[in-house]
Write a protein that binds this ligand. Structure first.
Ligand SMILES: Cc1cc2nc3c(=O)[nH]c(=O)nc-3n(C[C@H](O)[C@H](O)[C@H](O)COP(=O)(O)OP(=O)(O)OC[C@H]3O[C@@H](n4cnc5c(N)ncnc54)[C@H](O)[C@@H]3O)c2cc1C
Length: 419
């Protein structure tokens, strides 16, 4: 029987006041927090887990996909590049079995330009190291980290969010905010603020994990096939999940782990003499796409190679060589709320292109732009009327690539997969 109760109203402490509150400590949140802090504003990052990196590290999705267009041109710089370099800090040589691959030599200073056309600018990192170094970088940058802290509600005054309400070991508290960045991956802030959102319902079972096979560490990028709807054209293999319903979330994790055990038993059956056991499981559900912002403008496949005047970053396509997309400011600002920006996999992108915008390196690009935009609106008191030309100038100064010339003709797009 469905019924409801009314939660009693209560006074809660306004624990602290920050210029920028970043919700979510995935790659997008890390980039947004760093970008804002480097602009000299006070930043708090709230994260429900005890670690940074989100899916990339806690979900063991350890492939930092390419910053190049697959034709030898680097199309993403700034923090996307800084974090790529950080991700390979502890990797001294390639171990494809463990999933460790440093950035190809040709992409280092003075590297072979011809070779860059065949080898892409990416890394495959150690999630533990990457997590540690991101944490160090953020705390050294003066960012306040609040772990074990979950966003519960927002307080809105007309078109501004004034407070975010969170819950942690101390109970329920409020944080005063001048600007808020939604890097929750699930557009939690946008949803609570009443912005229009869209939910993808076709996620499959997945549990990227590590196992030890006769003393050797192995990465198991374990996943059912993607839903056709999601744009990969693969054979559909349910069950499907949306990632924003609590029952479905638990079910996705339980069923993914059952799949993992079945696989383990199969491996042992094939090699009965071998010692095979799991050593590390994803600590957050490996769910690719959940809820994202749906603005009146959404990025789409048709925008490939199209310069946009409000472009705040570019992205290549990890699946194909050639394509470059602009990321416009219109995709990261939350319509209807003047002081909220989205970052990472929940930016406004339709189903034809969200497979690109959700990739780690692209999350860093939208994160950096959100962080700088957030700081700018506070410093210039420009809520709701961003000077995008000034934002672009700042981003360029930080090494973000905003080159019209990389948005070339469609004919040059290759249908060949990179992997
Ligand atoms: C199975 C799988 C394979 C993938 N493979 C690749 C790959 O090979 N390469 C690649 O580049 N990308 C891959 N991706 C995609 C990529 O990993 C993610 O899309 C990307 O890391 C998302 O970054 P994000 O910061 O936007 O969000 P997330 O990584 O989801 O981070 C969001 C963070 O917010 C926190 N959070 C959420 N809600 C709240 C709340 N209410 N309060 C407080 N904290 C909250 C979460 O705990 C999390 O840490 C894959 C994804 C999956 C699931």
């Amino acid at each position: 029987m469905a019924f409801s109760i009314t939660e009693p109203a209560r006074e809660i402490l306004v624990d602290a006041s920050y210029d920028v509150v970043v919700v979510g400590g995935g790659i997008a949140g890390v980039s947004a927090a760093l970008a804002a802090a480097r602009e000299g504003v006070s930043v708090v990052l709230i994260e429900k887990m005890f670690g940074l990196g989100g899916l990339a590290t806690l979900g063991n999705v350890v492939k930092y996909l390419p910053l190049c267009d697959g034709r030898g041109n680097q199309v993403m710089g700034g923090l996307a590049e800084e974090l790529l370099r950080l991700s390979e800090s502890d990797i001294h040589q390639t171990d494809v079995v463990a999933g460790f691959v440093p950035v190809p030599e040709c992409w280092n200073e003075g590297g072979d330009l011809e070779e860059r056309k065949s080898k892409r600018l990416f890394s495959s990192f150690n999630p533990a190291s990457f997590q540690l170094y991101m944490e160090q970088l953020l705390t050294d940058s003066g960012i306040t980290l609040m772990y074990d802290t979950r966003l519960c509600q927002v307080v809105r005054n007309v078109d501004l969010i004034t407070h975010v309400i969170v819950e942690n070991k101390s109970g329920r508290i409020a944080l005063e905010a001048k600007s808020v960045i939604d890097a929750s991956g699930d557009a939690d802030i946008c949803h609570l603020a009443g912005c229009e959102t869209e939910t993808f319902t076709g996620n499959v079972l997945a549990a990227w994990h590590y196992l030890v096979h006769n003393g050797r560490l192995k990465l198991k990028p374990f996943s059912k096939r993607y839903d056709k709807e999601h744009g990969r054209g693969g054979k559909s293999e349910g069950p499907y999940f949306d990632g924003v319903d609590h029952k479905q979330l638990t079910e996705q994790v339980l069923q993914s782990r059952r799949m993992l055990i079945d696989n383990l038993l199969k491996l042992r059956e094939e090699s009965p003499e071998d010692a095979i056991y799991p050593i590390n499981l994803p600590s957050i559900p490996d769910i690719r796409m959940t809820r994202r912002l749906k603005n009146s403008f959404s990025m789409a496949e048709e925008h490939i190679h199209t310069w946009m005047e409000d472009c705040i970053g570019l992205t290549g396509d990890w699946r194909r060589r050639g394509p470059v997309y602009p990321i416009p400011f219109r995709a990261i600002r939350a319509e209807g709320v003047a002081n909220v920006f989205a970052a990472g996999r929940c930016i406004s992108a339709d189903k034809t292109v969200c497979d690109v915008t959700r990739a780690i390196q692209t999350c860093a690009v939208s994160g950096e732009a959100s962080g700088v935009a957030s700081a700018m609106q506070i410093k210039d008191n420009s809520f709701g009327e961003m000077r995008v030309d000034l934002l672009q100038e700042k981003l360029r100064d930080k090494g973000v690539i905003l080159e019209r010339s990389w948005l070339r003709e469609k004919e040059e797009v290759s249908a060949v997969s990179m992997w």
